[in-house]
Design a protein around this ligand. Structure first.
Ligand SMILES: NC(=O)c1ccc[n+]([C@@H]2O[C@H](COP(=O)([O-])OP(=O)(O)OC[C@H]3O[C@@H](n4cnc5c(N)ncnc54)[C@H](OP(=O)(O)O)[C@@H]3O)[C@@H](O)[C@H]2O)c1
Length: 366
């Protein structure tokens, strides 16, 4: 239900996806399934990265039913373990195919505290380290597919987050909470653009808005009255997927004579949001996001009520207006905290060590 301009852009990109290969993680439900369906509908070969074989096969069958002739395949990917991520990447490499679109969508809101064998907090592992490692392992395929795209599904929550150090974020379950993982997604997006942008691998992050999906299971929003409220004001997955789809197919930024490389130390990834989530109240309000002297907690306190009001109105306005208002996807400014280059570099390097990538695949950082 985007604006007519968005629809036109998506339709115009139809031909471009024939012959393209895409991976969507967490594609058996919610936003991931809708994005996989969209990409398959546009002619791409889509790999569904799912942690349950049954749920993956079921999703693939559903997508084939919705999109006759869809080229979809489910492959096992559990972002909780490094071995599963490596296994998924190895199996994909065996296909000897380039990769044009990688959508790091899988994510979870965890209610129970747990750590990986490497001592990484569960949320930081599933929502940040896992997608980070997967992306790094697929560097060759993304390079072959260039101009290619990496899309990281973040959230409005990143605007209320604050990471004090990479080590604490990764090792301390409380500091590596859901909110902070969504900031880590944007920090990674920028760092990836700096390091790989020069190879025409474009990196974007997305705020999908407020969507009624299974991500809320186990939380207070999963049972009445919370679930009634969420169901009535949060949009369906197909609405939430619009901004993700947009990021996945938007034409890559172009190299200009005065800016010969899209990577390098000054580069930044893109950030897409839709409707009220792209509103200046959130993206450029001096108190909520761009005022430099604001401490993270003060910023969170000021941003949270704005985000809450906008998220309760976003879908209802679109629904009542039958999509005529508030459906536009726009490229907007992410939180200033996501532009902390030192922290982004620290996160990259710390994650590299834990994922065992440093000694295996030395990267030529730009
Ligand atoms: N819903 C919202 O309002 C909202 C807002 C902002 C951002 N987001 C983000 O959107 C993304 C998609 O979430 P959703 O709302 O569509 O929720 P969802 O329906 O629960 O989808 C999440 C997907 O991630 C998968 N996943 C969870 N843990 C995994 C693991 N260890 N390994 C591999 N896959 C795993 C889930 O698989 P299983 O089915 O096997 O659990 C599921 O397919 C997430 O990154 C979330 O943070 C959502």
């Amino acid at each position: 239900m985007g604006s007519s301009e968005d629809k036109e852009q998506l339709v115009n990109l139809k031909k471009r996806l024939d012959g393209k290969v895409a991976i969507v993680t967490g594609a058996n439900s919610g936003l991931g399934k809708e994005t996989a369906k969209f990409l398959a509908g546009e002619g791409a070969s889509v790999i569904l990265g799912c942690r349950s074989a049954d749920r993956g096969l079921e999703a693939a069958a559903d997508i084939r039913e919705a999109v006759p002739g869809a080229d979809v395949e489910a492959m096992l990917l559990d972002l909780r373990t490094l071995a599963s991520i490596r296994d998924f990447a190895t199996k994909f490499k065996e296909k000897k195919r380039p990769l044009h679109i990688l959508v790091n969508n899988a994510g979870a809101v965890l209610s129970r505290e747990w750590y990986t064998e490497q001592g990484v907090g569960g949320s930081a592992q599933v929502n940040f380290l896992g997608p980070y490692m997967l992306t790094r392992l697929l560097e060759d395929e993304l390079t072959q597919g260039a101009p290619s795209k990496v899309v990281n599904v973040s959230s409005v929550m990143h605007r209320m987050a604050s990471i004090t150090s990479a080590d604490k974020f990764l090792r301390d379950f409380k500091h590596g909470n859901y909110t902070n993982t969504k900031l880590a997604n944007v920090l990674f997006t920028h760092e990836l653009q700096r390091r790989w942008g020069g190879k025409a691998i474009e990196s974007s992050a997305v705020d999908p808005g407020s969507v009624y999906t299974r991500v809320w299971r186990g939380s207070v929003w999963d049972r009445p009255p919370g679930s009634w409220l969420l169901k009535s004001i949060y949009g369906p997955p197909e609405d939430g997927a619009i901004a993700v789809n947009h990021a996945a197919v938007a034409p890559n930024r172009k190299v200009r004579p005065w800016k010969p490389s899209l990577g390098g130390p000054d580069a930044e990834g893109r950030f897409f949001a839709k409707g009220f989530f792209a509103s200046k109240l959130l993206t450029a309000h001096p108190l909520s996001s761009s005022f430099p002297g604001l401490a993270p907690l003060e910023r969170a306190v000021l941003t949270a009520p704005i985000a809450l009001v906008l998220s309760s109105l976003d879908w209802p306005v679109r629904w009542i207006s039958r999509g005529r208002f508030n459906g536009e996807v726009r490229e907007v400014r992410p939180a200033p905290t996501s532009r902390d280059r030192a922290l982004a570099k620290e996160l990259w390097e710390e994650a590299e060590k834990i994922a065992g990538l440093a000694e295996v695949e030395p990267q030529s950082a730009q």
